[in-house]
Design a binder for this molecule. Structure first.
Ligand code: ZN
Length: 387
């Protein structure tokens, strides 16, 4: 039996347990920063197979780190990222119950060769991917710094190894005017909503001049209390996205200029806030992605790669990818359902979901196996990262 086959056998041995872990997390969906049941389940699973577990790392109660090392030689340190938060109202509609379990299963299976190879396997439990930016906070605390690489696989309706992600920055704009009787004395008021509407329209016009990858989308979050009162307060909330961080900040400067200009016209005041939790753009490590793709081919799974920069969103994985070489491939679990829909939630608890999870675990474990045995490829991965 080849050493690859040994690893696959180890993953297969875990399949019943993995299915029950993924099912449990799927059936008890927990929102960002309150994933206590999922954290307990995954750390129990990892502990059972000899991992050292630390909960509540990086100042987040529901985060964790689990490690297992060769007794004498601790490097390289291969990181597997676990996500396990759900979405409000529609449960595990992003399939994070499968992500956390696949990463943990891969790490456990791969750890069976730690007696023969030098290195450490680390599973990092990353809460709050769906808003909250768990990895942003963990990155700020240096949690990913010890890793040589970081890997995870995300369920989807298509298997694609390379996908870029957009930076995501949240901007909130408040307009402060003055209330007045809308019929009797409108001239005494300052119509905050008018400034907000003018700003919204001008931003919409400006957004049409941006590069194709950029996205600016906003909503009104406040616009008055009653039609007979001139609104003293109005507010807009925006997401600004782009493939390039500098460009995203340039867009924010344009938005700021528009808001202040429009407010000035009617003597309203502006409070302009940029959320400090920023999702950085994600640039997958191509060399590492290629190693993963080779393992998929070995498993006879087709990579249905399309344009890696089209139809993309944002994720806090970008903040990890700027610290260590990282991959975030998509693994097919269903035919056409999209993430963040109730149908995808069902898929994440279906036979197809569990099969996709096993493919992800096997490909991740085999990728780790190759990195442990082939130091040249690890050097190339690092070279690409530092370029
Ligand atoms: Zn997701």
């Amino acid at each position: 039996m080849s050493s690859k086959e040994v690893i696959l056998k180890e993953v297969d041995k875990l399949s019943l347990e993995m299915k029950s872990v993924a099912k449990f997390i799927g059936q008890y969906p927990e929102l960002a920063f309150s994933e206590f049941k999922a954290q307990e389940k995954l750390t129990w699973f990892l502990k059972k197979y000899g991992f050292n577990v630390k909960k509540g790392v990086g100042g987040i109660k529901t985060a964790f780190i689990a490690t297992k090392s060769n007794r004498f030689k601790k490097t390289p340190n291969l990181g597997f990222l676990a996500e396990y938060d759900a979405l409000p109202g529609i449960g595990h509609a992003c399939g994070h119950n499968l992500i956390g379990t696949a990463s943990s299963g891969a790490a456990i299976a791969l750890s069976s060769i730690l007696k023969q190879v030098s290195g450490t396997i680390t599973v990092i439990g990353c809460p709050a991917e769906e808003g909250g930016g768990g990895k942003v906070l963990l990155a700020k605390k240096g949690i990913f710094d010890p890793l040589s690489v970081a890997m995870m696989a995300h369920p989807d309706n298509k298997t694609e190894v390379v996908k870029y992600m957009l930076a995501l920055i949240e901007v909130d704009i408040e307009f402060l005017g003055r209330a007045s009787h809308a019929a009797a004395e409108p001239e005494k008021g300052i119509h905050a909503l008018n400034a907000a509407v003018a700003t919204y329209s001008a931003i919409l016009k400006m957004s049409k001049t941006l590069t194709k990858d950029a996205r600016v989308h906003g909503i009104f979050t406040s616009g008055g209390q009653k039609p007979n009162i001139i609104p003293a307060h109005a507010a807009l909330s925006y997401y600004v996205r782009a493939l390039d961080m500098k460009y995203a900040y340039q867009i924010i400067q344009k938005i700021k200029k528009i808001a202040f200009q429009e407010a000035k016209k009617i003597k309203a005041k502006v409070i302009f806030k940029v959320n400090p939790i920023v999702y950085e753009p994600f640039h997958p490590n191509r060399t590492l992605a290629h190693v993963f793709e080779k393992q998929l081919a070995f498993l006879k799974i087709k990579n249905e790669q399309s344009d890696p920069k089209s139809k993309i969103g944002s994720s806090d994985i970008g903040n990890v990818g700027n610290i260590v070489p990282t991959i975030h491939p998509s693994i097919k679990i269903c035919n056409h359902f999209s993430c963040h829909t109730p149908d995808f939630s069902k898929a994440a608890l279906s036979q197809g979901g569990f099969q996709g999870m096993m493919v992800a675990a096997k490909a991740l474990a085999l990728t780790g196996h190759e990195l442990f045995l082939n130091s040249t490829v690890l050097t190339k991965i690092k070279e690409e990262f530092h370029r």
